[in-house]
Design a protein around this ligand. Structure first.
Ligand code: TXA
Ligand code: MG
Length: 348
C-alpha cells in the first residue's frame, strides 16, 4: 500500500487534508493523526472491522483494548452507559487533555474496541488537528499509539512514517507532540478513582480536583486492570538499564558501566539530564542524548521516546538512562523508562 504523508499546519489545519482523512475514516480506512500526547492510529470506533484492522497493522495483541477519541461531551455520552461523579468532574475540568477515562460502556461500542471488557476508555485530545478530524468525520476515533507494537510511541510524524509506511493510506503530520508521553489512564467506573497507567497528566493534578486517587500496582502474578500493561513496551533493540539513586552515585555508576561497555566493544548510548551531561561526556559514550533539564520534567517527557528511537537508529547495543524522582510527571517518565528497560533497574 502506498502511504501518503500530508503535512498539516497545527494552527490552521488545511481543510482539504482534513476532508481527505475524514473520507478515508468514513470508508473504514485507518489514518494516523497527531494528538498532544503521541500520534494515534485512528479508525471509526463504531466500525468493528476497521478497528480489527488497527490490531493487524500494529501487530497488537488482541486482548489489548483501544482508547476512543471524542471532541465533545455529547459524543462521549453516546458511548457510555453511566457516568460517575468523578468522571463528570474530570470531563468538565480536565478535558481536552492527556487524560483517558474508563467508564462502563454501552452497546454502541463494538467488543473489538474494548477487547470484550464491559468498560470503554475515552479521551478528548487537546490538539487542533485531532479535534478538527473528529469534527470533520463526525466519528469517534478508536486510536492506539501509532507505533508498531513494542516500539516507543511516536512523537513526530517521522516516527509514524518509520513504523507505518506501506501499512496505512494516510499520515497527517503536524510535527512534534507537545506532551510526548501517552495520556494518564484513570478508572473512574468505581468508588475510588484509580490510575491504571501514569501519563501526561500528573497524579497531583488529578488529586487537586478529585481528592485522593489510587495508583494501580500491577504485579507479575496478577492480571493488570489495564491489559496493555503486561506487554513489553517502548523497548530499544539494545540492552537497557535505568540507574537510580543519589546523583553523584548515579554518575559514578554510569561512568563505570561505560568503561565496562567500551572494554566489551559495545556501542553505548546514554539518556541523561542536562545537568549530568558534562560529567558523562568525559567518558565518551557513542551517543549522549540530553533529555532535558532536571528542573523541567516537561522537557524530559517530550523528548524521551525520540531518545529511545535514536538509540536504535544509531545501532546502540547498551543503553543507560539516568533515573528520575517519581513526583509529578516523574512518575510517568520512570514508568516508561522501567518498561523500556524490561525493569532492569540498577539501584546505587
Ligand atoms: O495518549 C494516549 O493515550 C495515546 C493517544 C493516541 O491518545 N493513545 C494510547 O493508546 O496510548 P494505547 O492503545 O497505546 O494505550 C491504551 C492503554 C492500554 O494500556 C490499554 O490497555 C488501556 O489504555 N485501556 C484501553 N481500554 C481500557 C479499558 N476499557 N480498561 C482498562 N484499560 C484500558
Ligand atoms: Mg501504545
Amino acid at each position: 500500500m502506498e502511504t501518503k504523508r500530508a503535512y498539516i499546519n497545527m494552527e490552521d489545519p488545511d481543510p482539504e487534508a482534513l476532508k481527505e482523512a475524514a473520507a478515508l475514516l468514513r470508508s473504514g480506512e485507518i489514518v494516523a493523526f497527531p494528538t498532544e500526547t503521541v500520534y494515534g492510529l485512528g479508525a471509526n470506533a463504531l466500525n468493528a472491522e476497521a478497528c480489527a484492522r488497527i490490531f493487524e497493522v500494529k501487530g497488537r495483541p488482541q486482548d489489548n483494548p483501544l482508547i476512543v477519541h471524542v471532541n465533545s461531551r455529547m459524543m462521549a455520552d453516546k458511548l457510555v452507559a453511566r457516568w460517575t461523579e468523578a468522571a463528570e468532574i474530570c470531563a468538565r475540568t480536565l478535558w481536552p487533555g492527556p487524560l483517558t477515562l474508563i467508564l462502563p460502556k454501552n452497546d454502541f461500542v463494538p467488543d473489538r474496541v474494548t477487547a470484550g471488557l464491559d468498560t470503554v476508555a475515552i479521551r478528548m485530545p487537546d490538539h487542533p488537528v485531532a479535534l478538527a478530524l473528529i469534527e470533520e468525520s463526525g466519528l469517534p476515533l478508536a486510536a492506539p499509539s501509532a507505533n508498531l507494537s513494542g516500539r516507543p510511541s511516536p512523537t513526530t510524524g517521522s516516527h509514524v512514517w518509520e513504523d507505518m509506511r506501506g501499512r496505512i493510506p494516510l499520515i497527517l503530520d503536524a510535527g512534534s507532540c507537545e506532551v510526548g508521553l501517552e495520556s494518564t489512564v484513570l478508572d473512574v467506573s468505581g468508588e475510588v478513582p484509580v490510575i491504571l497507567r501514569p501519563g501526561g497528566l500528573a497524579r497531583e493534578e488529578l488529586e487537586k480536583v478529585l481528592g485522593p486517587v489510587e495508583l494501580d500496582h500491577p504485579s507479575a502474578s496478577s492480571v493488570p486492570r489495564s491489559p496493555g500493561l503486561k506487554y513489553r513496551h517502548y523497548a530499544p533493540r539494545g540492552e537497557m538499564y535505568v540507574v537510580v539513586g543519589a546523583r553523584e552515585k548515579v554518575l559514578d555508576r554510569i561512568s563505570q558501566e561505560i568503561k565496562k561497555g567500551h572494554y566489551q566493544h559495545k556501542k553505548i548510548g546514554i539518556l541523561c539530564t542536562l545537568e549530568s551531561a558534562p560529567h558523562i561526556q568525559t567518558e565518551q559514550p557513542d551517543l549522549l542524548y540530553v533529555l532535558g533539564s532536571q528542573a523541567r520534567p516537561r522537557e524530559v517527557a517530550a523528548s524521551l521516546f525520540a531518545g529511545l528511537r535514536l538509540c536504535d537508529q544509531r545501532g546502540i547495543e547498551l543503553v543507560l538512562a539516568e533515573g528520575f524522582e517519581e513526583g509529578g510527571l516523574g512518575l510517568a517518565i520512570m514508568n516508561r523508562l522501567e518498561k523500556a528497560s524490561g525493569h532492569k533497574t540498577l539501584y546505587v
